[in-house]
Design a protein around this ligand. Structure first.
Ligand SMILES: *Cc1c(COP(=O)(O)O)cnc(C)c1O
Length: 423
């Protein structure tokens, strides 16, 4: 994405941010459609390079939108969904149901039936008891469904180092170490209405290098060899890091995928094990850096020798990650280009002290009511985590490409807030 000042005004890919905000209002999410497509192509190119059979599915929870799903279809991406609602949204788009994977650690019977009837490619199994439930529902529908098993390899990889133990205590996956994973595979192999296709792991988020994934692939292939289990699909999940601030490392997609695919090839060669298809599930890395939020500044509160609170017209209802994870963000002033020389705290307008967007960040000292601010890298887990707390309206979402600007999700109206109320 290109965010730069042209004639003293911030622009995104050459489009004036203030003009877009004036047309669609604030708070507003703007996505660079070209960057979304570029990220998809980088993953495709890296995997094509490996010569392996592969598939990539976008983890739809990062940002669920029908127009985005249409772009995913155009970019040959499948889709991961974890609920009836995400599946329903996917089915409203051009995405082919046969590229959808149904995840989740607590799939309801209704979701299982809906997913089977929709013709999803496979289920990602997350518990032993789920196997018999899916088998029963599939038998009732007189169909055989594909499934892969989510295993817990006992490896945790995120932030700074990967940790190879201590991750056994997780609600996700079936533990290799405690024998649950192999028990799950045997149960799948014995389920007449389930076709066991392979295994899945997802070892963390904001993973910025390939070491943890490589160790996990080595561990998993050795385990499968020892257990004498063959697979068609090895799904290594998502979690590829993005840059929220200058201090963050962006996952090196090309190098990282090369390391990963080379490891898979050499491990399989070493054990004379049949090469499986490799699958990836990037979410954040597809949409995260491609999105920004635009807010209008309201109250500015200067507390002498303490802090300066700049309040904006949104908050934790459209930006929960700072409150939830103490995530860090960088901001830019939209309507003029001045040096960021003052330390300020950007606060939301919701009734929680924790409703903060960025603590002790830098902005020009002249920022005041009516100015527009951009928060960078808000494309993933912002709109999709938005809420109506304080009866805030969910913002609108706009896609810009080199050629055009289009609204893809409209702002909620006050009527939407009461649509389900019994009056
Ligand atoms: C959340 C999730 C992803 C995507 O993670 P990102 O950090 O957005 O890439 C992929 N696979 C699974 C199983 C997940 O839970």
């Amino acid at each position: 994405m290109t965010l730069k000042y042209i004639n003293n005004q911030l622009s995104i890919n050459g489009h004036d941010v203030k003009t877009i905000a004036e047309q669609y209002g604030t708070p507003l999410f703007i996505y660079d459609e070209n960057m979304i497509r570029e990220q998809c192509r980088r993953f495709h190119n890296a995997l094509q390079h490996s010569g392996l059979k592969y598939s990539i599915s976008y983890a739809s929870k990062a940002f669920t939108s029908i127009q985005l799903f249409n772009i995913m279809q155009e970019e040959n991406m499948g889709l991961d969904v974890v609920s009836e609602g995400e599946l329903y949204a996917a089915l409203q788009s051009k995405i082919d149901a046969s590229t959808i994977h149904f995840h989740g650690n607590n799939k309801t019977d209704r979701e299982i039936e809906f997913a089977i009837l929709s013709g999803v490619e496979y289920f990602v199994i997350d518990s032993i008891e789920e196997i018999s439930r899916i088998n029963t529902i599939a038998s009732t529908l007189n169909t055989v469904v594909n499934a892969i098993l989510r295993i817990n390899p006992g490896v945790e990889a995120h932030t700074h180092e990967f940790i190879q133990t201590g991750q056994e205590d997780s609600k996700f996956g079936l533990s290799i170490k405690h024998g649950l994973a192999i028990q799950g595979i045997h149960a799948l192999q014995n389920a007449p209405f389930i076709n066991f296709r392979g295994v899945h792991f997802h070892i963390g988020s904001q993973i910025f290098e390939s070491t943890g994934t490589i160790r996990t692939i080595e561990l998993v292939i050795e385990w499968l060899v020892n257990e004498n289990i063959s697979i068609d699909i090895l799904n290594i999940g998502g979690g590829f890091s993005i840059r929220y601030t200058e201090d963050d490392l962006q996952y090196p997609i090309e190098d990282g995928i090369r390391n990963i695919t080379e490891t898979l090839k050499s491990e399989c060669r070493k054990f004379n094990y049949a090469l499986p298809e490799i699958s990836l599930e990037p979410g954040r890395s597809i949409v995260g850096e491609a999105g920004i939020t635009v807010y209008e500044v309201g109250t500015v509160k200067e507390i002498p020798h303490t802090n300066c609170y700049i309040s904006i017209d949104g908050g934790m209802s459209d930006h929960i990650r700072t409150a939830l994870y103490n995530a860090k963000y960088e901001l830019l002033l939209v309507n003029r280009n001045e040096k960021s020389d003052k330390t300020v705290t950007i606060a939301g307008k919701l009734c929680e002290s924790g409703d903060i967007i960025a603590r002790n960040t830098k902005l020009p000292s002249s920022v005041s009511r009516g100015d527009l601010l951009v928060v960078k890298s808000t494309g993933a887990y912002h709109y999709s985590m938005s809420s109506n707390y304080n009866q805030m309206l969910k913002p609108s979402v706009v896609f810009v490409s080199n050629e055009n600007i289009r609204e893809v999700i409209k702002r909620q109206t006050l009527e939407h807030l009461f649509a389900n109320e019994v009056i």
